[in-house]
Design a protein around this ligand. Structure first.
Ligand code: ADP
Ligand code: MG
Length: 290
């Protein structure tokens, strides 16, 4: 039989929009002292809009954007949705794409109209020693914008700046966790400047930036090795291994199926503030037992 106190907590959690998938892990939530948040889609809404576009001399702005949008039409990443949306807004048509390839944590690659096109991260540019306007990049990044580069036949065509919306409730969540003595940590594949911008805005205690998807779970291991009891909150496919590795995996309800299926708790309302509710409910449910 299910003890009464647990039956009550199940009803309560459902009412609060918390879907508890693993009760044992949920019980452990009362002892969590660090929460790792994925940035894009978790602390932010994960809805990017194109705010800036700079093209290399001689290139046409709409041409570069339509090539980028063509490649991005093959991806479901929030960055991709933002670029495709901007192309539509400008009434640009998409070109035929072949040989599409997703380069994990670095960007995309495809053939568009016989040209080899890549849309990639600043990290990819640095690793492959491709030159770009550092000042322009730093200006956008320091405004909290995510920047991607459009490479056409091995030549830089232009750079695109995109802005996401920080969730109102994220700041409150970080604040409440701090009051409970719980540290907030942000993890992201995005560049250091953007990560710092968002982190400072939210009062995050520690920031891991430019983390490749397969490294996210290694970071969780490092935090656990320090003796901390850690929850991971994420929405993406690339968050799933970290969700599995954490003492408590919390998925954003609006996230990918993989994240939701890997998590111990699902936040039905996609509200980061519900992370606080998870910990409080666990404490309230389990403190009087034994
Ligand atoms: P996050 O951890 O914030 O969810 P990801 O690991 O998904 O980030 O992506 C890391 C970086 O890889 C992005 O900030 C971007 O620079 C690059 N990237 C990922 N997907 C795409 C895409 N569809 N187009 C261009 N760049 C991308
Ligand atoms: Mg994400």
């Amino acid at each position: 039989a299910v003890p009464l106190v647990i039956a009550v907590s199940t009803a309560l959690s459902a009412k609060k929009g918390l879907l508890i998938r693993d009760r044992t892990q949920f019980e452990g939530a009362k002892d969590i002292n660090a929460v790792v948040f994925d940035k894009t889609g978790t602390l932010t809404e994960g809805r990017f809009g194109v705010t800036d576009l700079a093209v290399i001399n001689g290139m046409d702005e709409n041409e570069v954007l339509s090539i980028a949008a063509s490649v991005e039409s093959q991806s479901e990443h929030p960055i991709a949705l933002g670029i495709v949306k901007e192309g539509k807004k400008r009434g640009l048509s998409l070109n035929k794409v072949s040989d599409f390839q997703s380069m994990t944590g670095a960007g995309l690659k495809a053939v568009v109209d016989n040209q080899e096109v890549m849309v990639v991260s600043p990290g990819y540019m640095q690793q492959n020693k491709i030159d770009y306007d550092q000042d322009q990049f730093k200006t956008w990044a320091s405004q909290g914008k995510t920047v991607v580069f459009v490479i056409i036949d091995n030549q830089l065509g232009g750079m695109i700046g995109l802005a996401d919306i920080v969730r109102d409730t994220a700041k409150e969540a970080v604040h409440s966790l701090k009051e409970m003595g719980i540290e907030s940590i942000m993890i992201t594949g995005d560049n250091r400047q953007v990560a710092n911008y968002v982190g400072n805005e939210l009062g995050i205690d520690q920031i891991y930036a430019e983390v490749l998807p397969h490294q996210k779970s290694d970071r969780i291991d490092e935090i656990k090795a320090k003796g901390q009891k850690v929850a991971m909150t994420g929405d993406g496919v690339n968050d799933a291994p970290a969700l599995a590795k954490a003492d408590l995996g919390i998925a954003i309800g609006a996230g990918t199926d993989v994240a939701v299926e890997t998590a111990d708790v699902v936040l039905v309302k996609s509200n980061p503030l519900d992370v606080v509710n998870v910990v409080q409910l666990s404490k309230a449910t389990y403190k009087k037992m034994i």
